[in-house]
Design a protein around this ligand. Structure first.
Ligand SMILES: *Cc1c(COP(=O)(O)O)cnc(C)c1O
Length: 427
């Protein structure tokens, strides 16, 4: 096959037909069908703030926010400038010399993370942050088993998948890492029974994202802390999606005033510009790992570009009061969603969430599917949660404006009306 410059240049102005064909022939025919169904054939060409622009210049309001990646919006100017500057210095690490940006980032994370979480291991994604936490927990405790919650999502590499709570994604890959047990989310008694002598760690998302936006009660989080301490089990709080200001505090565990032993971060850590994952841990969790730092490594983990983006992001989160913004805007959005829920009780079962991590649950999956479709038609992006398709999530940038919230709510109202007209029982 010959690759002419002509072909490569054509990628700059692709047509929908061409891209669909490349997807079908070289990525996955089913994926392109799925994406064309939800986004009906828009190509993402550029993005800024809360907006994504397609090949025809049509602008979409991004209220799914990359499942939590775009807490600062798309291409926040401070993060883009930091990364551009870093490109002219050193991009990837030699891995031989000391890496000042990695050290600074670990220092900054220790400042904002809950008490005791003072050490960081850097990787490139959420699932890698979980993998590191699992190995660390086995190493620190000398125990083998893991416990997590029903509906939980911790990533799709073998280890993370093993401790996730949805059979559909696990079953084709058995045997996975064992022993493993899932307990009901929010149920301390069940956890009490599950934390036997062989358990190394309990994994919990303080706000379940893919499970359908379930907020752990503060009492439950405090109970989890106590139980894990009593049993010598490490508590891994997976804040890959809910962490870093989205819940209205720096971290969702801050609402309960508790510190996990290990906390995993990723999605928004790179400011929506660079991919980066972090496993932040206390000295008890890291006691064996800290002395053997080459047991678990990553070539690209903690690279200067990603760390520079993360440092800029933490600065923006602090200077632009994104946690407080998430609280205030979250309240406005949630009230709007609740108002609509009251008008459409035949479609909507519940509205819940914290800060700007909100979900709307429908009585049936088909309503959720229709809503997403109708919303995109009206230029607003919203998506359902992976493990619970009857829940649509709203995770806009934390600096979203009032006007944009109104725009999204108006589109939602029209979409609900259209869904009722097409699929609903008569009023
Ligand atoms: C997205 C997510 C992950 C996995 O992150 P990837 O970067 O996709 O590997 C893990 N845990 C939670 C809670 C997530 O939302």
């Amino acid at each position: 096959m010959t690759i002419s410059t002509q072909n490569i240049l054509e990628l700059d102005t692709p047509t929908l037909e061409e891209i669909t064909r490349y997807y079908r022939d070289h990525i996955s025919p089913d994926l392109v069908r799925l994406l064309r169904l939800t986004g009906f054939g828009a190509l993402e060409m550029s993005a800024e703030g809360c907006w994504v622009v397609d090949q025809n210049g049509r602008r979409y309001l991004d209220f799914s926010g990359g499942y939590g990646v775009f807490s600062l919006g798309h291409r926040h100017p401070k993060v883009v400038a930091a990364v551009k500057d870093q490109l002219d210095k050193i991009a990837l690490s030699s891995r031989v010399f000391l890496n000042p940006l990695q050290a600074k980032l670990a220092h900054q994370l220790a400042k904002v993370c809950p008490e005791g979480l003072e050490y960081s291991f850097f990787s490139n994604s959420g699932t890698e942050a979980i993998e590191a936490s699992l190995k660390m927990a086995r190493l620190a405790t000398g125990r083998r088993a893991f416990v997590s919650t029903h509906g939980s999502y911790h990533g799709k590499t073998m280890g993370s998948l093993s401790v996730s709570g949805r059979e559909k994604y696990k079953e084709p890959f058995e045997p996975l890492i064992k022993p493993f047990q899932a307990v009901p989310f929010g149920d301390l008694e069940a956890l009490d029974a599950a934390l036997t002598e062989d358990v190394a760690a309990f994994l919990l998302e303080p706000i379940q994202g893919e499970g359908g936006i379930h907020v752990a009660a503060d009492e439950y989080l405090r109970g989890v802390r106590d139980l894990c301490t009593q049993r010598g089990v490490l508590w891994i709080a997976d804040e890959v999606q809910c962490g870093l200001c989205r819940s209205g505090r720096w971290f969702a565990v801050d609402w309960a005033g508790v510190s996990p032993d290990i906390m995993t971060l990723a999605k928004s850590l790179g400011g929506g510009v660079m991919p980066i994952g972090a496993t932040v841990f206390n000295s008890q969790a890291g006691k064996a790992y800290k002395g053997r730092p080459l047991l678990h490594t990553s070539t690209f983990g903690g690279n200067p570009l990603a760390c520079r983006a993360a440092l800029a992001s933490l600065e923006v989160m602090e200077n632009e009061n994104l946690a407080e913004n998430a609280c205030l805007s979250g309240q406005v959005l949630k009230e709007g969603l609740k108002r609509l829920a009251t008008s459409y009780p035949d479609l909507v079962r519940d509205v819940r969430g914290r800060g700007l991590m909100l979900g709307m649950e429908f009585h049936e999956d088909k309503y959720g599917g229709s809503l997403i479709f109708e919303m995109v038609k009206r230029d607003v992006i919203a998506v359902y949660t992976l493990n619970q398709p009857r829940v649509i999530r709203f995770e806009p940038p934390l600096n979203v404006g009032r006007e944009e919230i109104e725009t999204a709510l108006n589109a939602l109202q029209e979409s609900l009306a259209e869904t009722r007209r097409r699929l609903g029982k008569s009023e």
